[in-house]
Design a protein around this ligand. Structure first.
Ligand code: ADP
Ligand code: MG
Length: 326
């Protein structure tokens, strides 16, 4: 149903377009390069490698999965007697609750099996191995691994069974698996006989962006400057705040803990607040209003608005935590 025009905000589409802007940072580049190297190495080694990518919610894990998928697009390969639609890489999420059949079914679905949910677990596994070989799949990216954890980070009863199944899938289909989840997923790899930990020894962690000091700026400063420059380009003649100021970087860190998804949300809310006010510059006041809207409350270092703090308040409430972070 289309809403009548008077309920539509004309600026929402402008701000939504900002979702397509990505800025690289060190741990993102390291993870993409490390996983790509693992995929290439697996092709030539006797035992395919396994990788684990971890990061807190909103750190950018699924974004990285999409980057990697783009490097291995599906291609049609012609042999003497057939045309094969290859699927060098595909992405799926661990279902919740997870069992072997549910996982096999979601993988079969990705590879175009006409009845992915049909058959016993072993029949589905056989079909899946055959399809993986036919589609020349080199990597399966398995996101939301933390669905194998119960509350309080405990490993689900079925996790060990699922891990054994993943190991045997790697061996049978000679496919590399990249597991993706929150840092608590490390505990999943510890279960069983230690084989899981050995097979998934290539590990990458997406850190929150560091604030640094005015003498030694952290990754957050560069990230904000690049993001602001690209937002400005996309919005056209809109001036962004000066993220060359270390105080402003500290304020953003206090509001977001340096977590990319919350940084983009805060900035987009600030852009919307300026556009709604018919202004062409985003001010610290817009950032303050964005903070007050509560979008970053889950990760904020302080309940008080960091964009309204006096210098000494910011130092006391934020810098003390930064010293612990270092
Ligand atoms: N490198 C980045 N540059 C710009 N925005 C990013 C970046 N990484 C993450 N984001 C923002 O955070 C949002 C959530 O990222 P996502 O990859 O889904 O996190 P995760 O899977 O770790 O929870 C993205 O939709 C995007 O808006
Ligand atoms: Mg995700």
């Amino acid at each position: 149903m289309n809403l009548p025009n008077q309920f539509e905000n004309p600026y929402h589409s402008k701000v939504a377009a900002l979702d397509n802007i990505y800025v690289t940072h060190q741990s993102l580049v390291e993870a993409i390069n490390g996983i790509t190297e693992c995929i290439s190495w697996s092709r030539h080694s006797l035992e395919p490698k396994g990788a684990l990518l971890t990061g807190m919610g909103g750190a950018g894990k699924t974004t990285i999965c999409q980057f990697i998928l783009k490097r291995y697009p599906p291609v049609m390969v012609s042999t003497d007697d057939a045309h094969i639609n290859t699927v060098p890489a595909f992405y799926t999420s661990v279902p919740s609750p997870c069992g072997i059949k549910a996982l096999a079914s979601s993988m079969l679905d990705e590879l175009g099996d006409p009845s992915p949910g049909i058959g016993s677990a072993s029949a589905m596994t056989k079909r899946l191995c055959k399809l993986l070989v036919e589609c020349r799949t080199r990597v399966i990216i398995l996101d939301e691994l933390h669905h194998l954890l119960r509350t309080k980070g405990k490993v689900q009863g079925k996790a060990e069974e699922v891990c054994d199944w993943l190991k045997s899938l790697m061996n049978k289909a000679k496919v590399m698996i990249c597991l993706v989840g929150t840092p608590s997923c490390e505990s999943i790899l510890q279960c069983g006989d230690g084989q899981m930990s050995r097979r998934f020894s290539h590990r990458h962690h997406l850190r929150d962006l560091s604030c640094g000091t005015s003498d030694h700026p952290g990754e957050l400063a560069g990230f904000l400057q690049h993001l602001a420059a690209q937002y400005s380009l996309s919005l056209g003649s809109i001036a962004m705040p000066d993220f060359g100021s270390h105080k402003l970087v500290e304020q953003v860190w206090a509001a977001t803990s340096g977590r990319p998804s919350f940084i983009t949300l805060l900035l987009q809310k600030a852009v919307l607040s300026a556009l709604n006010g018919q202004r062409t510059s985003i001010t610290v006041g817009d950032l303050a209003a964005a903070f007050d809207s509560g979008v970053t409350i889950d990760v904020a270092q302080s309940t008080k608005n960091p964009f309204e703090m006096l210098n000494y308040e910011l130092k006391d409430s934020v810098l003390s935590k930064l010293r612990v972070q270092k």
